[in-house]
Design a protein around this ligand. Structure first.
Ligand code: NAD
Length: 420
């Protein structure tokens, strides 16, 4: 089970190791665990795209439904050169547990296309997205499987997916995806939901640990949808953001970075580089910074056996999915770091996606205050349940969240039975 910088741990192996760890506290027999350790379906597609220069390129795409036992499958679509079947399958399983932790009626899915969107023109990206959607058309639908944005995809990607699906069936189907622009059936609050949810969980943790957020310090890895929103929401709580990074490196400022100004700088320059008043640091250095709150909000496997010991934050709030490997989890536990696990910390996105889907199905839309209030209620309730399980069994927060999530899925499997 490799787990170091040279050889990243396979995320599906992480899922299996986590399930094994949770099994001890679950009222499940080995047959149930066997069931849960297998995704329901996986689709691998070849996505041919006519490039701007007239040449044809064929990309590999995936859609995996880990579970539809509690409702339609739900999960994002990732565009990244390193996307592969095991990664997508792991992300789909985490979606299953996450929806169950939040008690929203979805299963788990994930999709991806192996590509580097930075190398593609807007026209190529649109053709890739539309063809990928057509390739997975029979797999998805508002009652089957509902995609959403993930790494390197956004509301525009969802608009193209929604349009392509709608053209195939002959009428508009806004509920086939979430994270769409508001003008075509998206929800208020969705674009900010994941980062906002991360901060709701940080607020609950701070209350529990007796940490005053006003004046506390944070480092945020990743400045995309989740990282930038987490930074803005932390900043609004009075937290001093001492470092922010993206895939090109990090920026440190002991007196604090204003994430709104950084956002403006990024919008104008398409890079974090050159933001005034900061010194550059590496992503590795950011992980080891002395601060109260560390928010990994980029990719999986960034805190592993090699650097976990360097973490000096009191709280690790997992904006990303799978940023801490199982061995690193043990190291952080030994150091007394309070980890808010991904399936709890970053569940704000799928929760507001659920609201978006409900609004689309009803053709009745809520305002942002309603969305944020309902989001907070659902997340705080899940936080309390996870903390109660952690305290009852004296286990780490991730295992407690998995016990809650996997337990709910297992209950649904038990009630439905195994077909035929
Ligand atoms: P994004 O594409 O909007 O942003 C990703 C950010 O990470 C970018 O700033 C990118 O430069 C940076 N990054 C990429 N590789 C990096 C590296 N090696 N080191 C440091 N930074 C790196 O993606 P996102 O939607 O913000 O997703 C980020 C994470 O959050 C993923 O793990 C995703 O699965 C998870 N997540 C996203 C949502 C959502 O609603 N978008 C919901 C739940 C979880």
């Amino acid at each position: 089970m490799p787990d170091n910088n040279a050889q990243k741990m396979n995320p599906w192996e992480m899922v299996l190791a986590q399930v094994d760890k949770a099994q001890k506290y679950l009222q499940c027999d080995q047959n149930m665990i066997e069931f849960l350790k297998h995704p329901e379906r996986a689709l691998v597609v070849s996505v041919p795209v006519r490039m701007d220069d007239g040449k044809l390129r064929v990309f590999k795409g995936y859609r995996v439904q880990h579970s539809t036992v509690r409702g339609p499958a739900k999960g994002g679509v990732r565009y990244h050169p390193e996307v592969n079947l095991d990664e997508v399958t792991a992300l789909a399983a985490w979606m299953t547990w996450k929806c169950a932790v939040m008690n929203i009626p979805f299963g788990g899915a994930k999709g991806g296309v192996e590509c580097d969107p930075d190398e593609l023109s807007p026209g190529e990206l649109e053709r890739l997205t539309r063809r990928y959607t057509a390739d997975i058309f029979s797999f998805i639908g508002p009652d089957r499987d509902i995609p959403a944005p993930d790494v390197n995809t956004n509301d525009q990607t969802m608009a193209w997916m929604m349009d392509t699906y709608s053209m195939q069936v002959g009428h508009s189907v806004p509920g086939v995806v979430t994270g769409k622009p508001i003008a075509i059936g998206g929800s208020e609050g969705r674009s900010d939901a994941t980062g906002r949810g991360v901060v709701y969980m940080v607020i609950e943790t701070a209350k529990k640990l007796g940490l005053k957020l006003d004046g506390a310090t944070a480092a945020v890895q990743g400045f995309g949808n989740v990282g930038s929103s987490a930074a803005r929401n932390l900043f609004r709580e009075g937290v001093k953001i001492v470092a922010i990074s993206d895939r090109n490196g990090g920026y440190y400022c002991s007196s604090g970075i204003n994430p709104y100004e950084l956002q403006r700088h990024f919008a104008e320059n398409r890079t974090l580089s050159g933001f005034p008043g900061c010194e550059t640091i590496t992503n590795e250095e950011l992980i080891g910074l002395k601060c109260d709150i560390l928010v990994p909000a980029a990719l999986e496997n960034v805190i592993d056996r090699e650097n976990a010991d360097k973490v000096r934050a009191r709280i690790v709030a997992e904006g990303a999915n799978g940023p801490v490997t199982p061995i690193a989890d043990e190291i952080l536990k030994g150091k007394g770091v309070f980890v808010i696990p991904d399936i709890l910390a970053n569940a704000g996105g799928v929760t507001v996606s659920y609201f978006e889907w409900v609004q689309d199905l009803q053709n009745y839309f809520w305002n942002e205050a309603e969305i944020n209030n309902k989001l907070r209620q659902i997340m705080v309730s899940a936080f309390k349940k996870v903390m109660a399980i952690a305290e009852e069994h004296q286990i780490d927060n991730r295992t407690a969240a998995q016990v809650l999530g996997i337990g709910k899925v297992a209950e649904a499997v038990r009630l439905r039975g195994i077909y035929p």
